[in-house]
Design a protein around this ligand. Structure first.
Ligand code: BDR
Ligand code: CA
Length: 309
C-alpha cells in the first residue's frame, strides 16, 4: 500500500512517522507538513530531522502555513517550543524538498490512481487545498484516514472541539464531504491508547538510538498529560491513525453523517455525528467508535522496538 502522511510534528506526529516507517509492506511516498502544532517552518524542519533520524528514502514537502480562512493556533504547550519535547535532533534540511506539499499530493494521486491512502494527522488544510485545486482527487485516492474530531467525547481544546479540527474547521468540512472514503480516528478512540511511564522505560531501554530520541520527546509529552489531563499516560493520537489506516481490524467503526461546526461561538470545530440520521443526510464518514487498545499498544511497541528496519 502507498501512503502520504500529512503531519504537523509535533511529538505524536513524529512517533506516527516512525511507526509508519517501521510498518512492513507499505511504501511511504513522502511526508507533507502543515502549520498546526507549530508554525509551518518548524513542522517542516522537524519533519526533516525525523526523516534523518530514521534514515528515510523519501522527503518532506512543505504545505500550507495558515488555515483556509483563520489565524493559526499552535500547541507548544503540549509539544514544547521546538515541537519535539526534550529531544535535540540534528538538522535534516537535505530531506526538505523544493516542491509544495499540495502539489506533491496532487501529483502523486494522479500518478497512482486508487493506490494512495492519505493519512492526515494535523489540521486538514493541505488535503482540503489539494481537493480545491484538483476536484477529481477524492475519486482517485484509495481513502483518507484522519486523526481528528471528538464525536462522542468532549474536545481537548474546548469542550466541543479537538485540536486538528478546531484549528481549521473549514478544511475539515471540505475533506469530510469530498466523497472519498473517510475514516475518522478521533478522541473517542485515541484517548484510549495511552503510553505510560512503564512503556516509556521499555522504549528507552530497548529501542536503541531511535528509542532514546522517542524517549526524550515522549517524556515531555507524558509530563504534560500527567499534569493536565489526569490520565495515567499520554495519548498516541497520531500513531493510532497510522495504525488504523494500515490495519482497520484494530477498531470498530460506524458510518454516519458528520458535520463540522464552522459558525458556532462556543462550538467552533465541533464534529457532530448524526448517529440517528436526524439531519437526513447521506453518511459521509466512518467514525471509529471502539479500539482494541491492548493489541494496538503491543503492535506499536513491537514495531518501534524492531531493529531490523
Ligand atoms: C491532535 O492535536 C495535536 O496536538 C496532535 O499532534 C494530534 O494530531 C490531537 O488532538
Ligand atoms: Ca498532529
Amino acid at each position: 500500500m502507498k501512503i502520504i502522511l500529512d503531519v504537523d510534528p509535533g511529538i505524536d506526529d513524529a512517533i506516527a512517522i516512525a511507526l509508519a516507517h517501521k510498518w512492513p509492506g507499505i511504501e511511504i511516498l513522502g511526508i507533507t507538513t502543515v502549520g498546526g502544532n507549530l508554525p509551518l517552518e518548524k513542522t517542516t524542519d522537524n519533519g526533516g530531522k525525523i526523516l534523518k533520524l530514521l534514515g528515510a528514502n523519501y522527503k518532506v514537502y512543505p504545505g500550507m502555513a495558515q488555515p483556509l480562512i483563520r489565524e493559526l493556533k499552535t500547541a507548544e504547550n503540549i509539544h514544547g517550543p521546538t515541537g519535539l519535547g526534550y529531544a535535540q535532533l540534528p538538522e535534516g534540511k537535505e530531506y526538505i524538498a523544493d516542491k509544495h506539499g499540495v502539489d506533491f499530493i496532487i501529483e502523486q494521486v494522479n500518478k497512482y490512481p486508487k493506490e494512495i491512502t492519505l493519512i492526515g494527522v494535523g489540521p486538514l488544510t493541505n488535503i482540503a487545498t489539494a481537493i480545491k485545486k484538483d476536484p477529481s482527487l477524492p475519486q482517485k485516492v484509495r481513502g483518507i484516514c484522519v486523526m481528528g474530531g471528538a464525536v462522542f467525547t468532549q474536545g481537548n481544546v474546548t469542550p466541543a472541539a479537538e485540536f486538528n479540527i478546531y484549528v481549521d474547521p473549514e478544511s475539515a468540512e471540505i475533506v469530510f464531504n469530498c466523497g472519498a472514503e473517510i475514516i475518522l480516528v478521533g478522541l473517542d478512540v485515541t484517548l484510549k491508547v495511552l503510553l505510560t511511564r512503564e512503556h516509556l522505560e521499555i522504549i528507552q531501554k530497548k529501542g536503541g538510538s531511535l528509542g532514546e530520541s522517542i524517549g526524550e520527546m515522549t517524556k515531555f509529552y507524558l509530563e504534560r498529560y500527567l499534569d493536565g489531563n489526569k490520565l495515567p499516560g499520554c495519548a498516541l493520537h497520531d500513531p493510532l491513525a497510522v495504525a488504523v489506516a494500515l490495519d482497520k481490524s484494530l477498531v470498530s467503526m460506524e458510518k454516519m453523517y458528520v458535520g463540522v461546526e464552522t459558525k458556532g461561538e462556543l462550538t467552533r470545530g465541533a464534529t457532530i455525528g448524526d448517529k440517528l440520521s436526524r439531519f437526513n443526510k447521506k453518511p459521509n464518514v466512518y467514525v471509529c467508535t471502539q479500539v482494541d487498545s491492548n493489541r494496538f499498544l503491543e503492535l506499536f511497541l513491537d514495531r518501534i522496538l524492531d531493529h531490523t528496519n
